[in-house]
Design a protein. Structure first.
Length: 338
């Protein structure tokens, strides 16, 4: 397995008189560890000139990647994301949003109710066919999600409600239809940016589903850990993929996560090869086994952002020497991403 394959770095200038390359960035799942990983990897890529956020034609984010992608499109730089991840001063956890969610139960009985509702949400999320909607009375009696937004959560300080003008797709899943839902500006679902980010990161069974205009949405990672396949047929020149839950090479990874990471890698590479067959060059960044161990088994834990972002930054810098420039131009005529 290859952790990174750069066939044309985004910062590499096109030949004289050639059109500007059309590029995309895909950010995958990974919990709080994934957010920190994205911060370190993106800082390394942009600081080196291998990636220019302002030049991207589209960003696709799923779960942790949705949070990071939304922040990028709203003007937060990779360097700022890295500084936030590295910050260990008083109040740093609040600036990162580590306090957004708190336990949703206050008694053994409410814990049991939440357990039943969360089990239903988790099971329903894993099915890909429509089922009847749970009656409102049952939803009230058995709410899904072991965590809920805390009283101190200030989402407005992290993300605006309005979508940015640039192309940003955040991926969720409708648990009633089983269908993948792409949330975007002026999209058919009508979600705000905040709703879209929360929905894409609503890990089934842990965080509550997000209700938006009659839809019940959960984490887009239920469908795919990166949703890279959404770019098939879009005729981009180059795509960079950061997959925090992938695995670049076999190694001593905690057993509960090795199979998951191997599965993520295998499915990701299917989409990568399909894109390459269309003439799009793809740069894939997945953590090594050493970095995966730093992520740990509980990728939602707090307190590890500084260590993970530092390791992701260092590992990405070390892989920049693997850059290989594409020598054969594409013969496919470009069309706009829609």
């Amino acid at each position: 397995m290859s952790g990174v394959t750069f066939l044309r770095p985004l910062g590499y200038p096109p030949p004289p008189n050639a059109r500007k390359p059309r590029t995309g960035l895909v950010l995958g799942v990974g919990g709080r560890a994934g957010i920190a990983h994205h911060a370190g990897a993106l800082h390394a890529l942009t600081a080196s000139g291998a990636l220019d956020i302002d030049d991207l034609d589209i960003i696709i984010g799923t779960s942790a990647g949705a949070i990071v992608g939304a922040q990028l499109r709203c003007g937060v730089t990779p360097h700022e994301l890295y500084q936030i991840a590295q910050d260990t001063s008083e109040g740093a956890a609040k600036r990162r949003g580590d306090d957004f969610f708190a336990p949703a139960w206050d008694s053994p009985f409410s814990l049991a109710q939440r357990a039943v509702g969360s089990s239903w949400v988790l099971g329903r999320s894993l099915m890909r066919f429509p089922l009847p909607v749970m009656p409102r009375q049952l939803r009230s009696l058995f709410p899904g999600g072991m965590m809920q937004l805390s009283g101190s959560a200030d989402l407005d300080s992290h993300l605006p409600r309005q979508w940015p003008d640039q192309n940003l797709w955040l991926v969720a899943v409708d648990i009633h239809s089983g269908r993948r839902i792409v949330l975007r500006k002026d999209g058919p679902v009508g979600a705000t940016l905040q709703q879209a980010a929360l929905a894409s990161a609503a890990v089934p069974g842990i965080y509550p589903p997000i209700r938006v205009n009659g839809r019940t949405l959960v984490d887009g990672g239920v469908h795919s850990n990166t949703n890279l396949d959404l770019l098939l047929g879009k005729k981009l020149d180059h795509v960079t993929v950061i997959a925090p839950l992938g695995l670049s090479s076999p190694g001593a990874v905690p057993p509960p996560l090795f199979a998951v990471r191997q599965f993520v890698h295998t499915n990701l590479m299917r989409s990568v090869e399909a894109l390459r067959a269309e003439g799009t060059t793809v740069a894939v960044l997945e953590p090594s086994s050493d970095l995966s161990r730093i992520h740990g088994v509980n990728t939602l834990r707090v307190g590890a952002s500084a260590e993970i972002s530092s390791a992701a930054y260092a590992e990405t810098v070390s892989r920049l020497s693997d850059l290989v420039r594409e020598t054969e131009p594409r013969n496919v005529e470009a069309t706009a991403v829609s």
